[in-house]
Design a binder for this molecule. Structure first.
Ligand SMILES: Nc1ncnc2c1ncn2[C@@H]1O[C@H](COP(=O)(O)OP(=O)(O)OP(=O)(O)O)[C@@H](O)[C@H]1O
Ligand SMILES: [Mg+2]
Length: 309
């Protein structure tokens, strides 16, 4: 079972406009969509699309929180959220009119008791489960929280995946997470370094491994990704299949889902990387997150060596 954690889920309200936004005036949208947002939720969604067992965990509040749980359940995604007694889960507004303008809300505050209740739920995890810690945390939380979660499951042989930035990620390395997946920009900012080429990526990725991460996967948008496994440490460098890019939001989350689905099925890093790449690109080539048919189409291209130039 893959448990994902989203601390601050959202309803993403996407509004399409034909004109530029004019400040101080009424602007009308021509089309609207809702998505259930949050990085862990994205991972659970793509895992479900791929037929893998997953439970989305985290914190929701109010009528928007209820809508998130309802919407995910309707899509066949299992959830086990802590329901906060105060506040409402956020609605993030995504304005699309040729350019992308986002207004992301802060979301409800979590109390110590809420976090305690969540930690208690983690005691249900058992050997062989995966736990995916994705994205940022609410403003009032300390960036040792992911490390504390790793500690809570440390004696159970649960494989932890961390897809986070800055100290939130760095603090977990001493707990030897199974997998981390920073993107190229995040890798650069972790080391305050300018990353120019594959040699730099490998150098800093290996540093993260020396600091405790077991497997390190660095994604780099249309340039593909680099994977450095534990053990022989032999680099797997993936490109991206050819296709037309529509939206890259959630491509990294899809990649994590594809990796886990592939790895759980085959226990093989190369096969996991193929499915990771297929899932990441399928999302890049879709309006929302990649569906199974689109992911399988990309996998077919990868197997037939049809790479983007
Ligand atoms: N423009 C693109 N064309 C093809 N594939 C892409 C493109 N952008 C992303 N991908 C695929 O998705 C993977 C992950 O993308 P990216 O590096 O953008 O992750 P990310 O920044 O963590 O994304 P997010 O955090 O929004 O989910 C890439 O390694 C690649 O396989
Ligand atoms: Mg990411």
């Amino acid at each position: 079972m893959v448990y994902t954690v989203t601390f601050n889920p959202a309803l993403d309200y996407v509004v399409h406009l034909e004109e530029p936004i004019v400040n101080g005036q009424m602007n009308r949208s021509t089309r609207e969509e809702f998505y259930y947002g949050g990085k862990g939720i994205n991972v659970s969604t793509v895992l479900t699309n791929l037929g893998a067992d997953t439970v989305a965990m985290g914190f929701v509040a109010g009528f928007t929180g209820a809508a998130i749980v309802h919407g995910l359940t309707h899509k066949g995604i299992r959830t086990d959220f802590i329901i906060l007694r105060q506040g409402i889960s956020r609605v993030n507004v995504k304005i699309r009119n040729g350019v992308e303008t986002d207004i992301n809300a802060a979301g409800p505050r979590l109390s110590n008791d809420d976090v305690k209740a969540f930690m208690k739920k983690l005691d249900d995890l058992t050997e062989g489960d995966y736990l995916v810690l994705s994205g940022s945390i609410p403003p009032n939380m300390h960036d040792v929280i992911y490390e504390r979660i790793c500690r809570r499951v440390a004696d159970k042989n649960v494989q932890v995946v961390v897809d986070a930035d800055g100290d939130l990620l760095m603090n977990t390395l001493q707990m030897h997470p199974f997998l981390i997946k920073p993107n190229k920009a995040e890798l650069g900012s972790l080391f305050k370094a300018k990353i120019k080429n594959d040699k730099d990526i490998e150098k800093y990725a290996r540093k993260l491994q020396e600091m405790g991460a077991r497997n390190v996967h660095i994604s780099m948008l249309g340039e593909g990704s680099m994977f450095i496994p534990e053990g022989d440490g032999k680099v797997i460098r993936m490109g991206v299949p050819e296709g037309k890019v529509i939206n890259t939001v959630g491509a990294g989350d899809s990649m994590v889902a594809g990796f886990l689905a592939g790895y759980m099925k085959n226990g093989d890093f190369q096969k996991a990387m193929n499915l990771a790449t297929a899932a990441g690109s399928a999302t890049a080539f879709s309006e929302g997150l990649g569906e199974k048919s689109t992911i399988m189409m990309q996998l077919e291209k990868i197997n037939n060596n049809l790479w983007a130039k």
